[in-house]
Design a protein around this ligand. Structure first.
Ligand code: GLN
Length: 476
C-alpha cells in the first residue's frame, strides 16, 4: 500500500520505528501525483528531487520527514508562488520562506508541491485559477470547492499527506467540506501571515487540510505562535493541541444558530447536520438554539470589505518590480494598465473594481464604513452567543459540490454560498470543517461538512469536540 494514503500520525510511528524513511514517503507521494494529477489537477508544480534532497537533512522533530503540500499563495524559497494568476506565473520565484513554512521546517516537515487555487484566493470553486481546473476526487465532473481547492483535492485523492491553505471567507473549510477532509482556520492572528500573499489582510488566515483532526492538531502545534514580522500576530501561548484530544465532551454547550437554518439548504446537508446533532448529544453535549441576528448581513459585508482590501493589496502588481510586464507599452500609464489587464483574470478585475468603488470618496461612508459597522455587529452577535455556549455548529456549506461550470457565470450565487463560513472570518474566530456525511448524486457519494466555530483562541475546545465527533461518527 502506498505511503501516500497514510496519516501524519501513522507515518510518524513508522518513521520512528525505523520501518520507513522520509524518502520512501516522498517517492510514494510523487508516484501518486504522477498517476493522478493529470486527471485531478490539484498540483501546479512539484520538485521531487528537491524534496528528496531536503529529506536527508530534515531536522529531527515531531513532523520530521513528513512532506506537506502548500497552497500556491504561501512563499517557499526558490519555488513558484503563482497565486493561480498569470501575473505571477511567468517569472516569480519566492525569495524567502513564509513564517508558516519556517515553523514547519523547524519541526522537521518538508514543503513539497504547489497547489492550485482560485486566482489570488478569490472564489469558491478553483475555476478562477488562470492555470487550469482542479476536479473533485469524489466525482471528477464536480468542483473541489475553493479557493484552496488544490489543497483539499490533494488530501482527498491521497496525493498529499497534508496541506496548507488560506481562508479569508471560507477557503479552507468549504473545499474541505466538499472533498471530505478536515479543514481548520485558526483564530485571526494565531498563524503568521508573513509570506502569505495578501488578499484581504484583516480576514486572511493560514490553516490546515488533513485526513484527520489529529493531523491538523499536530500541524497547528507548530504553525501557531507569535511572529514579530506580522503586526497582527497574537503573542499568546499555544497549547499542545494533540494532548487535549480525547477529552470527553460531556456537558459541553453547543449552540445551533437559528439563522443558519435557512431555506434552500440541500436536504442531504440538513440530514447530515441533524445526524451530527444527535451524535454530539449522544456524546453528552448539550445542544441549544442560539441567535446570531446579523447573519444575513454577513455576505454583503464581506463582499464590500474583502474587495476593498484586495483592491489595495493588489495595487502592488504593476509590472514594475515583479510579475507580468506588458510587451511594448506606449507610455508609463499604458505600462500599468496593460500589464494589469493582461495579468489579472475576470474575477480579480471584478473585485478590484468593486473594491475601488466602495472606497471612492463619494461612496466610502455608504459602503465601506457601513460594512465596518455591520462587521462590529456580527462580532457582537458571537460575543453574546459565547456567553451561553462553548461552541457553535452549523453546516459548512448549503449544498454539496456543484458541477464544474455550474456557477461559473453566476458570481452572485457563488458569493451567497459563503453564508456559513464568512461570519467566522469577519469576527476573527477559529472555525473548522469535519466530514459529516454524504449526498448521493448520480451514484456518487458527495461529501458534506459540519462546521465548528469556537471562541477566540479556543482552538483546543474546537479540535477536541471535532475529534470526538470524528471518532464517533466514523464517516467514510
Ligand atoms: N469564496 C470567498 C471569496 O471568493 C472566500 C475566499 C477565501 O476564503 N479566500 O472571496
Amino acid at each position: 500500500m502506498s505511503l501516500a494514503t497514510e496519516t501524519i500520525t501513522t507515518l510518524r510511528r513508522r518513521l520512528d520505528a525505523g520501518e520507513i524513511t522520509s524518502a520512501d514517503i516522498i517517492r510514494d507521494v510523487a508516484a501518486a501525483i504522477d498517476a493522478q494529477n493529470p486527471e485531478i489537477g490539484a498540483y501546479l508544480s512539484w520538485d521531487t528531487a528537491a524534496a528528496l534532497a531536503e529529506s536527508t537533512s530534515s531536522i529531527p522533530g515531531p513532523l520530521s520527514g513528513i512532506p506537506v503540500a502548500i497552497k500556491d499563495n504561501i512563499n517557499v524559497t526558490g519555488q513558484p508562488c503563482t497565486c493561480g494568476s498569470r501575473i505571477l506565473a511567468e517569472n516569480y520565484r519566492a525569495p524567502y520562506d513564509a513564517t508558516s513554512i519556517t515553523q514547519l521546517r523547524a519541526a522537521g516537515a518538508i514543503p513539497f508541491g504547489r497547489l492550485n487555487m482560485d486566482e489570488f484566493a478569490m472564489g469558491s470553486s478553483t475555476e478562477n485559477s488562470a492555470l487550469g481546473i482542479t476536479r473533485n476526487p469524489r466525482d471528477l465532473s464536480r468542483i473541489p470547492g475553493g479557493s484552496s481547492g488544490g489543497s483539499a483535492a490533494a488530501v482527498a485523492s491521497h496525493t498529499a499527506i497534508a496541506a496548507l491553505g488560506s481562508d479569508t471567507g471560507g477557503s479552507i473549510r468549504q473545499p474541505a467540506a466538499l472533498c471530505g477532509v478536515v479543514g481548520v482556520k485558526p483564530t485571526y492572528g494565531r498563524v503568521s501571515r508573513f509570506g502569505l500573499v495578501a488578499f484581504a489582510s484583516s480576514l486572511d488566515q493560514i490553516g490546515t487540510l488533513t485526513q484527520t483532526v489529529e493531523d491538523s492538531a499536530l500541524l497547528l502545534n507548530h504553525l501557531c505562535g507569535y511572529d514579530p514580522r506580522d503586526s497582527t500576530s497574537l503573542d499568546t501561548p499555544v497549547p499542545d493541541f494533540t494532548a487535549l484530544l480525547g477529552r470527553d465532551i460531556k456537558g459541553l454547550r453547543i449552540g445551533l444558530p437559528k439563522e443558519y437554518f435557512i431555506s434552500g439548504i440541500h436536504p442531504a446537508v440538513t440530514a447530515a447536520t441533524d445526524a451530527a446533532i444527535k451524535q454530539l448529544e449522544s456524546l453528552g453535549a448539550h445542544i441549544q438554539e442560539i441567535s446570531l441576528p446579523h447573519t444575513e448581513a454577513g455576505v454583503s459585508t464581506y463582499y464590500v470589505l474583502a474587495p476593498a482590501e484586495a483592491s489595495t493589496n493588489l495595487a502592488r502588481f504593476d509590472g514594475v518590480r515583479y510579475g507580468h510586464r506588458t510587451a511594448s507599452p506606449a507610455d508609463l500609464l499604458d505600462h500599468y494598465m496593460s500589464s494589469r489587464a493582461e495579468g489579472f483574470g475576470p474575477e480579480v478585475k471584478r473585485r478590484i473594481l468593486l473594491g475601488t468603488y466602495v472606497l471612492s470618496s463619494g461612496y466610502y461612508d455608504a459602503y465601506y464604513l457601513k460594512a465596518q459597522r455591520a462587521r462590529t455587529l456580527i462580532s457582537r452577535d458571537f460575543d453574546q452567543a459565547f456567553q451561553k455556549v462553548d461552541l457553535i455548529i452549523s453546516p459548512t456549506t448549503p449544498s454539496p459540490a456543484h458541477k464544474l461550470g455550474e456557477l461559473k457565470n453566476n458570481p452572485l450565487q457563488a458569493y451567497l454560498e459563503d453564508i456559513f463560513t464568512i461570519p467566522a472570518n469577519l469576527a476573527g474566530l477559529p472555525a473548522m470543517s469535519v466530514p459529516a456525511g454524504f449526498a448521493l448524486e448520480d451514484g456518487k457519494k458527495l461529501p458534506i461538512g459540519l462546521q465548528f466555530i469556537a471562541r477566540p483562541l479556543d482552538e483546543a475546545t474546537m479540535l477536541s469536540a471535532a475529534h470526538a465527533f470524528e471518532q464517533a461518527a466514523q464517516i467514510r
